[in-house]
Ligand binder design. Structure first.
Ligand SMILES: Cc1ncc(COP(=O)(O)O)c(C=O)c1O
Length: 320
């Protein structure tokens, strides 16, 4: 048998992840924020998580985008898995601000909070399994290209609300997203769009979808197995402020190929115009509405449009 060198207890597995994490109620070195392979959530995907961004502002400072909204969604979704943690949403915002100050990432930051069942257990259940929350941070630029992406409609169906609720941001349901994204990448596409089990458009692997028809912008309703995206709501607000009619309605697959433009939204994805779907060009020649909304979104998140300043929480001062 080959001898395997033991790893030092505090070794971080990824250089990009911030040096400090929130774990078991304290800020600790990232290498110490580890769980056992027997952890129930590691075995069964019984975690809920969030993805939050902090953007470098035009004035050089950093600000958290929709921090409280993300933590409120996390704590609400935790109820689906009968999970709860003692930290309040506001306390988690403060912990996150502290982590970002400590980790000193030079540019934009991505924050990953996760509520999980920490008990070492193989019991397939949800209660009495020691709910905990962990938070780590990392630098993040564009998750997908923002200059026009190629997507495909996946053969994998979006997991339905009666199976694993998409609105729950439940770790286990991301197997569905990963299967679709992986196949799309292997076939040369940037991402996949998934349909509901009755064949209507749901969302992309990690983003909501919008279709543009002249001055009307349509997006699937929350009852079509989509996450109630915080960026989705922000873009609906920005589009209405810009004079567009925004509607939530069921969307047929063929509308994807016939729309004037199609774009994705999400915390990671930001606003990503789509250049083609299943090799059919969309948004020809230049997706003007999608890029206009993208420009407005970046102005909001970088603090240059005062109408949306209340979306941002400044990160100033020294770590606690
Ligand atoms: C499946 C899915 N849909 C939509 C979104 C977009 O949600 P939000 O704008 O809240 O980040 C995400 C975000 O990660 C996602 O995972």
């Amino acid at each position: 048998m080959t001898a395997v060198e033991p790893r030092p207890a505090s070794a971080s597995s990824s250089a990009a992840i911030g040096d400090w994490a929130y774990f078991e109620g304290a800020v600790v070195p990232i290498g110490d924020a580890t769980v056992s392979i027997a952890t129930q959530s590691f075995n069964y995907g019984t975690s809920v998580f969030e993805g939050i961004r902090a953007y470098r502002q035009d004035d050089g400072s950093t600000a958290l985008l929709f921090g409280l909204e993300h933590y409120q969604r996390l704590l609400r979704n935790a109820r689906l898995l009968r999970s709860s943690v003692p930290e309040s949403g506001q306390a988690l915002v403060e912990i996150t601000r502290d982590l970002i100050r400590r980790n000193e990432h030079p540019g934009d930051v991505y924050i990953r909070p996760i509520i999980y069942k920490s008990a070492p257990s193989i019991r397939v259940q949800l209660t009495d399994l020691h709910d905990r929350i962990g938070i780590f941070t990392m630098p993040m630029g564009d998750y997908l290209p923002t200059g026009g992406i190629r997507v495909t409609v996946s053969g994998w169906q979006r997991v339905s609300d009666n199976a694993i609720p998409a609105r729950g941001k439940i770790a286990g349901s991301y197997v569905n997203a990963a299967l679709a994204a992986e196949d799309a990448h292997a076939a040369g596409y940037d991402d996949a769009l998934l349909l509901t089990s009755d064949g209507h458009v749901a969302e992309a692997s990690a983003a909501n979808v919008f279709l543009v028809f002249g001055r009307e912008i349509a997006t699937p309703p929350l009852t079509d197995d989509v996450l109630a995206g915080i960026t989705r709501a922000a873009i609906m607000q920005i589009a209405r402020d810009a004079g567009f009619d925004v509607v939530e309605r069921r969307i047929d697959r063929s509308e994807l190929y016939l729309a004037d433009e199609v774009f994705l939204t999400g915390t990671g994805v930001q606003v990503a115009p789509i250049a083609s779907i299943d090799d059919r060009p969309v948004g020809s020649p230049a997706s003007p509405t999608s890029f206009d909304l993208q420009r407005r979104y970046f102005a909001a998140v970088r603090g240059t449009d005062p109408r949306y300043a209340h979306w941002l929480t400044p990160i100033t001062g020294a770590p606690a």
